[in-house]
Every structure is written in structure tokens, then in C-alpha cells.
Design a protein around this ligand. Structure first.
Ligand code: BES
Ligand code: MN
Ligand code: ZN
Length: 490
């Protein structure tokens, strides 16, 4: 992970490989831009058809003989619309545009000298600099290792505090990315449980509930989904419990370590991406790591529902009936609608703890990707306050959620002729994300609850990578959940 530091040095005193400066839309220069351009004998900003200062556009200029090595201009968008989110994207885009540079310096922290903006710049640099080199033999593609933020001395204390929090948050996001990016053959339920345990700070208690516990507690959803795999399912329970907590939050994550679809086998095209089907569980793990590191007075329980949805001689069949943790019987109409089955157990178990609030995170439906695209998650819930708090937390975190309904009149689409409920809503793809949400709602009782469907943003193809969000696992949700927990203080 890149190390961020502060400096009060001038542009001309820097010793770095690349300097990143911002430019607003229309070529209006951000802090340091005119000095840097003047040093290159360019009086005017080089507006070209490809570089107009839109958020995240970049233009790299050689700077022979200059102490800053080379100059990277990065677009910030409209000056009157500058926000932490725009700065996070721009800083991330800048880092991704400098793959073979070692040291970076930037004036971006001066664009909008608030704590939130400086933190966003630090986030963007660290997250945009994320690379997963665990499985490559090349050693020269590791990207920048250090970044300096140029700040006036009046901003030093603020900047150091922002960098400190950013580092903790980005460590959690990177954990979630690493978990998602680990090839699924190396990341079955037990391996991911081990990875989670190894990453937690000492303030977080880790219990891995294996087969005996699942059978004893009647977790028929996890057992049913996992039965086609040689790797047994498990439920990981993470607990951060401060002295005299002011609130208790349960976070539950879908952790399908690979989703073949089961006997309702998926077509080949979309299947490689299904190693990301534990992105919800990974987001909860990342959030607990942050909560444990930051401390705070909110008790948080993380429940990671890990299973592999495989085919095998004992794989679950369409028309099987199972019983979940809370005693609900479910008719499995479709083995590819497995996420809701493992979450039924996690939500039922979470609700039995009577928390103040419960949130689940899941790569649950393809339908939400059709509706909202690759950068936004669907948000559903049974409680306006939770929905509002999550929307606000996401804004702080620079993640985008869109509120979708849980229409009561579609609930009867889940009625089964042989069991209490079935795992498929209706007959076709209509309202697929909403009926999935309605299914989950049946397991939360009267606990205030919300559901994040992150099937779009959890994992990006290389064409969709942008800003601080790289190709592969993005860690989407980690930062929102951490901000949500912090906000439950009041
Ligand atoms: N893991 C998938 C959802 C998904 C799709 C995530 C694309 C990320 C990208 C989920 O388990 C699934 O297969 N859902 C089915 C549900 C259907 C069978 C009711 C879907 O969306 O097609
Ligand atoms: Mn599936
Ligand atoms: Zn799935």
C-alpha cells in the first residue's frame, strides 16, 4: 500500500518522479498548475479535444530538467461542483495513469482545504494505487510506493489527521479487494475464514462456525447451497464489543466463494466473474477491520455466510425443500438464486441477537446491474431511518446507492405450494432485485434493516475501471459500512 506523507516544500524544491496537479473544466488551473506549466514554458493550459478538465481526464507532460520529473494534469470537473467524491476519483485516476512511476507528489489536497476533501485525495491515491501482484511473476509493475501531499503549514495538522483515517479505511477496502481477487480455487469457505481471521485487529473476536454448529443451529440455507462442494460451508462471526456500547449493529454478507449456478448451471460467459460472489462478505470483513482499528462505542457483529455453489453428486436440486435458522421452510425453485438462501440463515441468526439495526450486503441479482449499471448499488429496507443513514454514509464514503422499493403487493410472488416460501419471485425476470429483497425481508422480523445489492460495483471489468476503482474487486461497501457504524453514535 502506498505511503502518504505531507510536505510544505515548494514545487521547485520537490524530489519526485511525477507531480499531479488539478485542472477544472474549461482549463481553469487548480493550485500549483500555473507554476508547474510556467516551469515547462507553457503559459497557457494546453486544452485539447481530449483533455478539457472533465473529472478524471489525464494529460501527462514530460518535464526534462525539472525536480518533479514529469507533470500529470488531472481533470477535476466544474469548479463550482468540486466535491470530495470528484477529488477521490481524480486522485485515483492520476495514480492509475502512473503505473511505472515510483514517487508521486500532488497539490490536490489544496484544491478544497477541508478535512473531508483531503481525506478523499488520500483515499484516491491509495486506492488508485492498489495492485494485486500476488499472482504475477513480473516484478516491475508494482506502481507508485510513496505519495507526498503538498500543503501549506496551516493545513498540516488537518492533513495528517485525514491521512491517518484514510489509511485505516483503505486498509479495510484493500482487504476486501484481496479477498475478492484471490482465485476461487484458493479461496473456499475455510480459506476465506482464515484470511479474515488473520486480518482482524486484536479488538475483533473471530469465531468460525463449521458444519457441527450449522447442523445444530439448523442453518439449512448454508448447508443446502454448500452441499455440492467438497469445501464445507461456514458462518464467520466477527465481534467488536466496546465497554458499555451505545448501540449494536449487525452486518451480514453474502459469501458465495464461487457461484456456478449449481444444477441450474450458469452459461459460460458470465461465470469467471462469479469469484466475486463473496464481495458482500468481503465488504463486511473490511468494515469490521476498520471498526476494530478505529475503536468507538458501537458494538458491531459481522456475519460472513460462506459457501461454494458448486455442482456435484450431492448438489441441491430444484424443488428441494430446506429449513432455515429461524424455522422457515423454503422451496428451492432455482439453484442459482442461492445468495438469498445463505443470507436467510445469517439474517435470522442476526435478528435473534435483537440488534438496533441490521444491514446485509450481497452481490445478489443480475437484475440490479441491468437497472443501475456498474457503479451504483441498490438499497432496499424496511426502515426509513436506516435507509437515510446509509444514503448519507455512502455520500461521506464516495459510494453511490440508489433507493429501490420493496413493494408489498409483490410479496405473494414468493408463495410456494409446498413450503412457507420459495426462492424465486414470479415466473420471469420481472422485478428480480425487488423480489430478492422481499425474500430477505422475511428473515429479519421487526429488526430495522436494509439490504445493499452490490452486484454491479463489487467487481469491475477492465473497461469499467475508473478513478479509485480498479479492475477486479473494488471493495465497494466497505467505506459506506464503516461510515454508517460511526454515524450510529448519536
Ligand atoms: N451471484 C448472482 C448475481 C450476480 C449476477 C452477481 C451478475 C454479479 C453479477 C446470483 O446468485 C444469481 O445468480 N442471481 C440470479 C437470480 C435468478 C436465478 C432469480 C440472477 O440474477 O440471474
Ligand atoms: Mn447465483
Ligand atoms: Zn450468487
Amino acid at each position: 500500500m502506498i505511503t502518504i506523507s505531507t510536505t510544505t516544500a515548494d514545487l521547485t524544491d520537490l524530489d519526485t518522479d511525477a507531480l499531479v496537479v488539478g485542472v477544472f473544466k474549461g482549463g481553469i488551473e487548480g493550485p500549483g498548475a500555473s507554476e508547474a506549466l510556467a516551469a515547462l514554458d507553457l503559459d497557457d493550459f494546453p486544452v485539447t479535444p481530449d483533455f478539457r478538465g472533465d473529472v478524471g481526464q489525464t494529460l501527462r507532460l514530460a518535464a526534462p530538467g525539472q525536480p518533479f520529473g514529469s507533470l500529470l494534469l488531472v481533470g477535476l470537473g466544474r469548479m463550482d461542483a468540486i466535491s470530495p467524491a470528484a477529488l477521490r476519483l481524480a486522485a485515483g485516476e492520476a495514480l492509475r495513469a502512473l503505473p511505472s512511476v515510483q514517487r508521486v507528489a500532488t497539490t490536490l489536497a489544496q484544491v478544497n482545504p477541508t478535512r473531508a476533501s483531503i481525506e478523499a485525495v488520500a483515499d484516491g491515491l491509495v486506492l488508485g494505487g492498489y495492485r494485486d501482484t500476488r499472482f504475477t511473476s513480473a516484478t516491475d509493475d508494482s506502481g507508485p510506493t510513496a505519495a507526498q501531499l503538498l500543503v501549506p503549514s496551516s493545513l498540516l495538522a488537518e492533513a495528517d489527521a485525514a491521512i491517518g483515517r484514510s489509511r485505516i479505511v483503505c486498509t479495510g477496502v484493500s482487504l476486501a479487494r484481496d479477498m475478492v481477487n484471490t482465485p476461487p480455487g484458493l479461496a473456499g469457505p475455510q480459506a476465506l475464514a482464515d484470511m479474515t481471521r488473520d486480518a482482524m485487529p486484536s479488538t475483533v473476536d473471530v469465531q468460525v462456525h463449521g458444519m457441527d454448529w450449522l447442523v445444530e443451529r439448523g442453518c439449512g440455507g448454508l448447508l443446502q447451497v454448500g452441499r455440492g462442494s467438497d469445501s464445507d460451508p461456514c458462518l464467520v462471526e466477527l465481534t467488536y464489543e466496546p465497554e458499555s456500547p451505545v448501540a449494536h449493529v449487525v452486518l451480514a454478507g453474502k459469501g458465495i466463494t464461487f457461484d456456478t449456478g449449481g444444477l441450474n448451471l450458469k452459461p459460460p460467459t458470465g461465470m469467471p466473474d462469479m469469484k466475486s460472489d463473496m464481495g458482500g462478505a468481503a465488504a463486511v470483513a473490511g468494515a469490521l477491520q476498520i471498526v476494530g482499528a478505529l475503536g468507538g462505542r458501537v458494538k458491531v457483529t459481522g456475519l460472513l455466510a460462506f459457501a461454494e455453489n458448486a455442482i456435484g453428486a450431492d448438489a441441491g436440486r430444484p424443488s428441494d425443500v430446506l429449513t432455515t435458522f429461524d424455522g422457515t421452510t423454503v422451496e428451492v425453485m432455482h439453484t442459482d438464486a442461492e445468495g438469498r438462501l445463505v443470507l436467510a440463515d445469517a439474517l435470522g441468526y442476526g435478528a435473534s441477537m435483537h440488534p438496533d439495526v441490521m444491514v446485509d450486503v450481497a452481490t445478489l441479482t443480475g437484475a440490479v446491474v441491468v437497472a443501475l449499471g456498474p457503479y451504483q448499488a441498490g438499497l432496499m429496507g424496511n426502515d426509513q431511518r436506516v435507509v437515510g443513514d446509509l444514503t448519507q454514509a455512502a455520500q461521506v464514503a464516495g459510494e453511490s446507492l440508489w433507493h429501490l422499493p420493496l413493494p408489498a403487493d409483490l410479496d405473494r410472488w414468493l408463495e410456494s405450494e409446498v413450503a412457507d416460501v420459495r426462492n424465486l419471485g414470479g415466473t420471469g425476470p420481472e422485478a428480480g432485485s425487488l423480489t430478492a429483497g422481499l425474500f430477505l425481508q422475511r428473515f429479519v422480523g421487526d429488526t430495522p434493516w436494509a439490504h445493499l445489492d452490490i452486484a454491479g460495483p463489487a467487481f469491475l471489468s477492465s473497461e469499467r475501471a475508473r478513478g479509485h476503482q480498479p479492475a477486479g474487486g473494488t471493495g465497494f461497501g466497505v467505506s459506506t459500512l464503516a461510515a454508517f457504524v460511526e454515524a450510529q453514535l448519536t
